[in-house]
Ligand binder design. Structure first.
Ligand SMILES: Cc1ncc(COP(=O)(O)O)c(C=O)c1O
Length: 398
């Protein structure tokens, strides 16, 4: 007898390789030990920001009898977020349209369950964040894959347009993009907005954009990441503090709706109901209470940029093709002979651990996370040269 639900077994099929890697690979045995270079996940390896510890500690002593009560909307936190994203995006958000969630993970899930119908189609951009397909399926919808432009690794509005059908109810965009590190430009976002506006004409409700902005503040070279919410009003802006503060295990984020969002007032209630039906997908109260302080903090982006330069320089000097991300935690590197699984193994044998692209629809490439510490990068540089030396026909495409 099958003990698993259909949903669980579908998700398991999606994640089979990844779960195996997490539980049986050499990395799963070596993670956390000294002397390794761990580039696998966007996890902290440098300790936590002191400001984060202070903010969390200050939230612990109760300041009222209901300090640890069930909390849905905390108006002070909603106002802080509305002000902050207004400053960052140029769109004026109403505090009532900020829904606090336990991370972007929940933000995506809750939004889909609130705004799209089972049986509909949801477009996602490939290569995707690992969980999009499973979250779309968990909402009862069908994932529809649209690839980035293979040359520029940027989103392709014409390809999105070609994938839209009468059943399309949402598109998930992720800029800055994990794993390519690209930022969608204002003109590209305008093009996506035009595509969605055209395709939504004559419908009862527009095609929604789910804008996954997990890396909105992890941007290098003094750049910035425009939000699709500035170009298309029917955008759910989804954010997590897990990246900016590098505390992915503390679950805090939000969904924000711009003032022009179709059905905004109903959607406020729908989102909160969806949070409840997802099993209380709200932040814990301590995170609610510390949000105002956390909002102003960030990891050191200049240091991350220096690490990016060191890592990319090291890979390229060894003869590899590697991306130079404009944003996010991630560097992509082409595997010799386009065999990402073999390359992952070769590096792992030298205690350098990366994520093979086969786990995120990008076979032939591996992903490095810049959240490894500097010592891990320094340690890996001679390994890159050694592994390159052993690769008979290294791919040297620019
Ligand atoms: C693109 C993207 N979206 C969403 C998430 C989920 O973020 P969180 O776990 O902080 O909710 C991640 C985390 O890796 C991500 O990379």
């Amino acid at each position: 007898m099958n003990t698993m639900s259909h949903l669980a077994s579908t998700a398991l099929a999606e994640f089979h390789g990844l779960l195996d890697f997490m539980s049986t690979s050499r990395w799963s045995q070596r993670a956390g030990q000294p002397g390794i270079s761990d580039f696998v996940l966007g996890n902290p390896h440098d300790g936590v920001l002191p400001g984060v510890t202070q903010a969390l500690s200050r939230a612990v002593p109760p300041q009222s009898p209901d300090w640890h009560a069930y909390k849905i909307a905390v108006p002070a936190s909603q106002a802080v977020v509305a002000q902050s994203i207004g400053d960052q995006t140029g769109v004026v958000f109403e505090p009532e349209d900020i829904v606090l969630t336990n991370g972007a993970f929940a933000g995506l899930s809750v939004t889909m369950r609130a705004a799209i119908e089972p049986g509909s189609e949801v477009i996602y951009i490939s290569p995707p964040w690992f969980f999009y397909r499973a979250l779309i399926q968990a909402a009862g919808a069908m994932p529809v894959r649209v690839d980035v432009n293979p040359e520029t690794l940027e989103i392709d509005p014409a390809a999105i347009e070609a994938a839209i059908t009468p059943r399309t109810q949402a598109v998930i965009l992720n800029s800055p993009h994990n794993p390519t590190g690209t930022i969608a430009s204002p003109s590209r976002l305008k093009d996506v907005a035009s595509v969605l506006t055209r395709a939504s004409a004559g419908r009862d409700k527009p095609i929604y954009l789910l804008s996954d902005e997990a890396y909105r503040r992890i941007v290098f070279d003094g750049g910035s990441a425009p939000s699709p919410a500035a170009f298309y009003p029917h955008t759910f802006l989804i954010y997590t503090y897990g990246k900016t503060l590098l505390i992915p295990g503390e679950r805090l984020g939000y969904i924000a709706m711009p003032p022009g969002m179709h059905g905004r007032e109903d959607l406020r209630d729908a989102l909160v109901m969806s949070q409840m039906m997802t099993g209380w997908a709200m932040p814990n109260t301590l995170l609610h209470h510390s949000l105002a302080e956390l909002e102003s903090l960030s990891i050191d982006i200049d240091q991350l940029q220096r690490r990016r330069d060191l890592l990319v320089g090291g890979l390229r000097n060894a003869g590899f093709t590697a991306t130079m991300p404009a944003a996010t935690f991630y560097v992509l590197c082409r595997a010799p002979n386009d065999d990402d699984l073999a390359f992952t193994e070769q590096l792992a044998a030298e205690d350098v651990f990366v994520m093979p692209g086969s786990f995120f629809e990008m076979p032939g490439w591996v992903r490095f996370s810049l959240t490894a510490n500097d010592a891990m990068v320094e340690r890996a540089l001679p390994v890159f040269r050694r592994v390159a030396g052993r690769s008979a026909d290294l791919v040297l495409t620019p």
